[in-house]
Ligand binder design. Structure first.
Ligand code: NAP
Length: 338
């Protein structure tokens, strides 16, 4: 595992608690053999015990652990030198150059390791190249925590709707902006007041641009477009407008028509993928409140299918990591049976 923050710690909590249960259910017995963070690593080729994983949450830096610590050992070196099947990449997002995750992921592929990540940065900037590199190296690449957090939006579209044809996707894919717009429309506060509330509650960063200018939603649109609609696009191909200009007056006018304004990420067959504030009917199933996320898939046979759920959170996103590990495990097991 690379990165030991909110998601990384939740992953170890879930894995430690679920070893026995998942082992019985799926013949699945994952061991965490190394964790690398910015200061160094801990490595135990036999697997870090649940007790050690728990203790490491209080150890700062983790590489100061007297038994298994490797101070200053960089993540790239850990990925290269440690024997492992999968790298779980959960470092902070960066949409300028995708680093450090981009280097971690490519290093993992080149050393024959599958990758599970929750980090949107490398995917937003280089998804077509990364999926090609994974195929070339004959490894699997999964990222279900990048869109919808724990809500399985990518799997639902890819697996459950496999027999259908998805014609268009529309989604509220960012909880922070949804919270701000909900506050503005329900409590009649200005954008700035709603943003300040979101920051106080920990929903928005001190530097909120990633959310309020629509970058986060645009990253998710890129991932959906590539993975679900087979489009080969990156962040620069998405038309993007954030919510800074949404006024109380516009929300009031929308309300008179039975509508409200939401930040919608959309992809359809022909047009350019887009992120922009749009008026939608309050009665539309997509119209969720607060920090919830929602996505509607318009399909050829089944009509509209909408999925609603929490779009972020440590345990939720860690659940998506576990789901991806299981998916890789299933593919490998099927291959062995053939
Ligand atoms: N939290 C969520 O609800 C959520 C939901 C969906 C997706 N995600 C995505 O999942 C990823 C992880 O999120 P998070 O909330 O766990 O972030 P976080 O709490 O900031 O944790 C990131 C971890 O990566 C470490 N790190 C930074 N640079 C590194 C490097 N060069 N090498 C190795 N480790 C490095 C950090 O160490 P330091 O603390 O020492 O800097 C920290 O331990 C992000 O990309 C995020 O966008 C998060």
């Amino acid at each position: 595992m690379v990165g030991y923050g909110v998601v990384g710690k939740s992953v170890t909590t879930i894995l430690a608690g679920r070893y026995a249960e998942k082992g019985r259910e799926y013949g699945f017995n994952p061991k965490i053999v190394a964790i690398a963070d910015i200061d160094g690593a801990v490595i135990n080729p036999r697997g870090l015990s649940p007790e050690k994983l728990e203790a490491l949450k209080q150890t700062r830096p983790i590489s100061s652990d007297s038994e298994f610590g490797h101070p200053e050992m960089a993540a790239q070196e850990v990925i290269e030198s440690v024997e492992a099947e999968v790298v779980v990449e959960v470092t902070p997002v960066n949409i300028k150059n995708g680093e450090p995750a981009l280097s971690h992921i490519t290093k993992a592929f080149k050393t024959g390791k599958h990758v599970v990540t929750t980090n949107k940065g490398p995917l937003a900037l280089a998804m077509p190249a990364l999926t090609e590199l994974a195929e070339y190296n004959n490894v699997h690449f999964r990222f279900s925590g990048t869109v919808g957090g724990g809500t399985p939006m990518l799997e639902f579209a890819k697996r459950c709707l496999a027999g259908d044809r998805i014609l268009a996707i529309r989604g509220i894919l960012n909880g922070t902006t949804n919270y701000i717009l909900t506050e503005m429309s329900q409590n009649r506060v200005t954008f700035q007041q709603a943003l300040t509330n979101a920051q106080k509650l920990g929903y928005a960063e001190a530097e909120p641009s990633m959310d309020v200018d629509g970058f986060d939603t645009a990253c998710k649109v890129v991932i959906l477009a590539n993975w679900i609609m087979n489009k080969k696009i990156t962040l620069k191909d998405v038309d993007r407008t954030g919510i800074r200009e949404v006024s109380l007056h516009a929300l009031d006018e929308a309300s008179k028509r039975g509508n409200t304004i939401k930040l919608i990420g959309s992809i359809d067959g022909g047009g350019k993928p887009a992120v922009k504030p749009m008026e939608i009917a309050k009665s539309n199933p997509l119209c969720v409140s607060g920090v919830l996320n929602a996505i509607t898939f318009s399909t050829e046979f089944a009509g509209e299918q909408t999925l609603v759920g929490r779009g972020a959170g440590g345990p939720e996103t860690a659940g998506a990591v576990l789901r991806d590990l299981l998916a890789i495990r299933h593919i490998l097991a099927d291959r062995m049976l053939r």
